[in-house]
Design a protein around this ligand. Sequence first.
Ligand code: PRP
Length: 210
Amino acid sequence: MKEQITLALTKGSRALVPSLSLLADIGVEPLEDISSSRKLVFPTNQENLRLMILRGMDVATYVEHGIADLGMAGNDVLLEHGGGGYYEPLDLGILKCQVMVAGLADEGVLPPRLRIATKFVNIAKRYYAEKGAQVDIIKLYGAMELAPVTGLAHRIVDIVETGDTLKANGLVPMDFIVDISTRLIVNKISLKTRFAELQPLIEALEKATS
Ligand code: PRP
């Protein structure tokens, strides 16, 4: 049998549910319930297509190295990953949010050199470098909102969707950095060598999202 096309999806219900719903729109269904399984690779009703469920950063890495031919990941992850080896042909228009700078509503007088907590170290570094501001970046892996509240950092660079998490923690959005949505990425070599198989899938996704 010919090797299947591999499409890597971002794990976690927030990303997975809309990605699977988009795939269902184009007639692609996993053969078992991904959310209740510990497996990482799933066959689909399309004989030549399998799904791989990974962390967003790893979606980019697997597609970069051609292990996955295609991937769906947020451009926050892609900007942070900074890797090459793939094209980004489609904005899938799902999971829309923004990367913002946020801080305490009553932050008072701040020192000239701010401490910024974020999991988006590269995005934050680029943003402050472009502004010409000297800052110290503190890498966190989650619960960024706690950093200004506890004094670990003065501000955060994080995803804001509804703004509810900021509000619930006494923070306010301050500066917009970039709009985020889920993107389709395609390994450059796969697109050349497996064009006939990949093109119909890419076209179907394009139609379903336009
Ligand atoms: C993101 C982000 C915020 C929250 C923003 O966290 O880090 O905490 O969502 O959403 P809101 O504006 O709608 O409140 P996520 O749930 O993705 O978890 P994690 O970043 O801690 O992994």
